[in-house]
Design a protein around this ligand. Structure first.
Ligand code: AG3
Length: 273
């Protein structure tokens, strides 16, 4: 018999939080970079939190990971060489493998995220077993400065722009990114909740617009992230055009979502102005 109800809450502000009733806390560690917690929730399965913010849950990770990989995939020429910065859970790499990408480099700063994911989300982290995925535990900012390679897509799957990920939203970083993108390559980043974190979206948009002529924001509904409404921002040195041809359905993603996610509410357009 359980007499005590346990809850994990992600605190959005002094006055707002989202709470998950949990069966158990499976892990809590403090790494050199951040605090990692793992909960077994009633409604969303296992939940990974970094510094108190929800990174993924078993139940709805598909939305985020499909949207950060599949949307940019269908623009410009077919990508074959993709870099993921962050994404230590392996979720983005897994969707890229599903799309048939044969060369994926994944640079994650905190090896503990990889280990935790392998242990608690073996399906998601199975991508790291693929010979097509090269995992580098290291600093993405340093990697991009030192690498000589050019990529078709660069996917920035980071935490919010506070703490270790802050530099991943700056114009300086996007400048380095640009020099590692092919001419019609595309960079994409998660850019926060337009409702609760308009400054994250404004920051990504501003940083990218300083460096790239072409910048586009798109939206998705992610139930376990702040406000549920989530933004992604992508940019390219070339005009971004959809390729002709059929589109693969995900669990969230389909051809309607591919077109519709770029239709922005007026308050979102205002953040971008
Ligand atoms: N990384 C972005 C999560 C941002 C969520 N923010 C928040 N809950 N405040 C997701 C990692 C999945 N690979």
């Amino acid at each position: 018999m359980r007499l005590i109800e346990n809850w994990f809450s992600e605190r959005y502000s002094d006055n707002l939080q989202l709470s998950f009733r949990i069966k158990d806390q499976l892990l809590s560690i403090k790494t050199d970079y951040q605090r990692i917690d793992l909960f077994d929730t009633y409604d969303f399965g296992k939940l990974l939190s970094i510094d108190g913010t929800v990174q993924l849950t078993e139940k709805d990770e598909y939305v985020y990971h499909e949207m950060i990989t599949m949307v940019p995939y269908y623009f410009n020429s077919m990508p074959s060489n993709v870099l993921v910065i962050g994404g230590g859970d392996g979720g983005a790499a897994r969707r890229l493998l599903d799309l048939g990408i044969k060369k994926i480099t994944n640079v994650e700063i905190d090896g503990n995220v990889v280990e935790v994911s392998k242990k608690y989300f073996p399906d998601i982290a199975s991508s790291f077993k693929s010979p097509d995925v090269k995992l580098i535990v290291g600093d993405g900012i340093k990697f991009i400065k030192e690498s000589k390679e050019k990529f078709d897509r660069i996917i920035i799957d980071s935490t919010d722009p506070v703490g270790p990920a802050e530099g991943l939203f700056s114009g300086d970083f996007y400048k380095d990114i640009k020099s590692h993108l092919k001419d019609d390559g595309i960079v994409v980043t998660q850019s926060g909740s337009p409702s609760y974190q308009p400054s994250a979206l404004a920051m990504a948009n501003k940083g990218m617009s300083e460096v790239f002529k072409n910048v586009k924001t798109y939206l998705a509904f992610i139930p376990t992230y702040p406000s549920g409404l989530w933004s992604f921002t992508m940019a390219s040195p070339s005009e971004m055009k959809l390729r002709d041809g059929p589109v693969k359905n995900g669990k969230y993603f389909n051809s309607d979502v591919l077109a519709g996610s770029f239709y922005l509410p007026e308050f979102v357009k205002n953040i971008l102005r």
